[in-house]
Write a protein that binds this ligand. Structure first.
Ligand code: GDP
Ligand code: MG
Length: 604
């Protein structure tokens, strides 16, 4: 395949607008997978993706397509839509020259449509707008075309109307890809220059690096060097993804594929690295901006003897998800562990679920916190840190007010797209979250796009759920980093019978302390089962108690009375209780279910 017959593209869209379904049809039409009724989101390979019905990992597939007598090689990358995984999208785009922007014919432009459009636009990629789900009864492609014209300045006649589900007009999308997306600009005669844009760890074969070739060629036996580590490797296997790994003799400039080269350590195949031939060094590609974590949480093994296993699982999983940052951390109550940075709460949950499902690890997670900052005024502390401005990613390290001249909190610029009838309620919600309105734009007669500057901690936990519920699911939300602002912050502890619950220590805005404290106590009361004694649940700022709930003791004879007669039933119950205990954490004398903390933090 000469370079001019290659097209590299991503499919981008808001969640649920049909990216993965369109990818299925493209795989079928090109004969990459056989047509069966069961092809559903075949590129969503992870268990967590199948269970949640969302894409969290970008996936590549090479398609072969013949058009007007010419054979084309198309490399498709299906991407996630949710804001928490936008790092996957931006990385994928670096291996592409164009995108297919999918918009639902019924829902129209949504917040993540806008965000993903700008990622492609800023990367100067060719953009093919596609209006999907025209088979739906309430589809209104004309209206959506007008929105696309208004918001993105793309003429209405450039849109392709399709039904990914039924296959209508999908062939037209392929033709547009060939016409509109330029082939990659590179040369096989140049020295090898390969960008590692993703990698996974295979238990048997070591690191499998997904690469995009910007120059030269690569084949088995080649000696290659990593620009990042300067280490040398011998290539064992190269190939393309169809979408499973299929070995080929060579990969050429312009192609997207994978390489296995005996990298055994997960640290050896950094995403963003450039590979070149031994003794033929090239200028490394710019790589990727590192992801900027939005929330941090502590992670600890349930049992300290599992520490090393968890460490190795974390290393392998973060290779596949390079947007997670890791620092070692420890706590009196929880032992040795880590502080992890995530792009959002969904990201944190998905990462945790992948640890459980793919590595069989279960962990204790602490309350997520956003990265606050403090400008220190105490000479002693400044000397200790070697600087005056520090970032606080752990509430345990929150410096006292007397040694601080100013606290700062991170902010984001949020985009909300909503039918106009919900504007009133949404404005009230945003004000309640200390947000400041920045812009308002009618994208058609009925839909509005609002821009607000939010303190990040006000949206991280449950803003999206609140927005969804007050708009009956119709409003969508996305955000981007917008720097820091001064804030009046305090640290709040949660106590059980006087003992602090380390998992729930939080930093909060002082205006919100009472409300937050009260809420956490109430929710914790619901999440902890009654025990043999009364439990005081308190929120405290320093020594001052600001909220309290009391969990009454249960009467212990109930179980004995009901099941006393039936010995097997009784044994079964005791066994189940013993298993349940493993999932408990003891704070003082109080037993707390391990998942209680997450439930408390996530309003249900
Ligand atoms: P993604 O989140 O963008 O990858 O979206 P999916 O491909 O997972 O699709 C989301 C939902 O929309 C699934 O239930 C699909 O079956 C459905 N869907 C996708 N394309 C169409 C279409 O053309 N018509 C209809 N009626 N439903 C579709
Ligand atoms: Mg998907």
């Amino acid at each position: 395949y000469p370079v001019e017959n290659i097209r590299n593209f991503s499919i981008i869209a808001h969640v649920d607008h049909g990216k993965s379904t369109l990818a299925d049809r493209l795989l079928e039409i090109t004969g990459t997978i056989s047509k069966t009724a069961r092809n559903k989101q075949v590129l969503d390979k992870l268990q967590v993706e199948r269970e949640r019905g969302i894409t969290v990992k970008a996936q590549s597939a090479s398609l072969f397509y013949s058009h007007e007598g010419v054979n084309y090689l198309l490399n498709l990358i299906d991407t996630p839509g949710h804001v928490d995984f936008s790092y996957e999208v931006s990385r994928s785009l670096s291996a592409c020259q164009g995108v297919v922007l999918v918009v639902d014919a019924n829902e129209g432009i949504q917040a993540q449509t806008v965000a993903n459009f700008y990622l492609a636009f800023e990367a100067q990629l060719a953009i093919i707008p596609v209006i999907n789900k025209i088979d739906l009864k309430h589809a209104d492609p004309e209206r959506v075309e007008k929105q696309i014209e208004k918001v993105f300045d793309i003429p209405t006649d450039e849109c392709v109307r399709i039904s990914a589900k039924q296959g209508t007009n999908v062939e037209k999308v392929l033709q547009k890809i060939i016409e509109k997306i330029p082939p990659p600009q590179c040369n096989t005669a140049d020295p090898l220059k390969a960008l590692v844009f993703d990698s996974t760890f295979d238990h048997y074969r070591g690191v499998i690096a997904n690469i995009a070739l910007f120059g030269g060629e690569i084949q088995k036996g080649h000696k290659i060097v990593s620009a990042h580590t300067k280490k040398r490797y011998e290539v064992n296997e190269v190939g393309i993804l169809t979408p499973n790994e299929q070995p080929t003799l060579k990969l050429y400039a312009g192609q997207v594929g994978y390489v296995i080269a005996g990298m055994k350590e997960v640290t050896e195949a950094q995403v963003g690295d450039t590979l070149f031939l031994y003794k033929q060094p090239v200028e490394p590609l710019p790589g990727f901006k590192s992801a900027k974590p939005m929330v941090f949480a502590g992670m600890y093994p349930v049992d300290q003897t599992e520490y090393n296993n968890l460490k190795s699982a974390l290393e392998k999983l973060t290779l596949n998800d390079s947007s997670v940052t890791i620092h070692r951390d420890s706590s009196l109550a929880l032992g040795a562990g880590w502080r992890l940075g995530f792009l959002g709460l969904l990201h944190m949950e998905v990462f945790n679920q992948r640890l459980e499902q793919e590595y069989n690890m279960s962990v204790i997670l602490t309350a997520p916190t956003v990265p606050y900052k403090a400008i220190l005024s105490s000479a002693k502390l400044i000397k200790e840190h070697g600087k005056a401005e520090i970032t606080i990613i752990n509430p345990a390290q929150f410096p006292d007010k007397i040694s601080v001249s100013e606290y700062l909190e991170p902010t984001v610029l949020g985009t909300i797209v909503t039918p106009q009838e919900y504007i009133g309620k949404i404005i009230v919600l945003c004000q309640d979250r200390r947000a400041v309105q920045k812009d308002i734009l009618y994208i058609d007669e009925h839909r509005v796009m609002l821009k607000y500057l939010f303190p990040l901690n006000e949206i991280v936990l449950d803003f999206y759920d609140a927005l969804k519920s007050l708009s009956s699911g119709y409003a969508s939300f996305d955000y981007e980093d917008a720097g820091y602002q001064a804030a009046d912050l305090i640290k709040m502890d949660i106590l059980l019978n006087g003992n602090p619950v380390e998992e729930l220590a939080t930093i909060t805005h002082s205006d919100k302390a009472y409300a937050t404290g009260k809420l956490l106590c109430e929710r914790l009361k619901d999440a902890i089962p009654r025990q043999l004694f009364e439990i005081a649940i308190q929120a405290a700022i320093g020594k001052r108690i600001i909220a309290r709930e009391t969990l009454k003791a249960y009467r212990k004879n109930v179980v004995a009375k009901c099941y006393g007669g039936d010995i097997t039933r009784r044994m079964k119950l005791l066994k189940r209780q013993a298993e349940g205990k493993k999932l408990m954490r003891k704070i003082g004398n109080v037993e707390v279910p391990r998942d209680a903390f997450i439930r408390v933090l996530k309003r249900e």
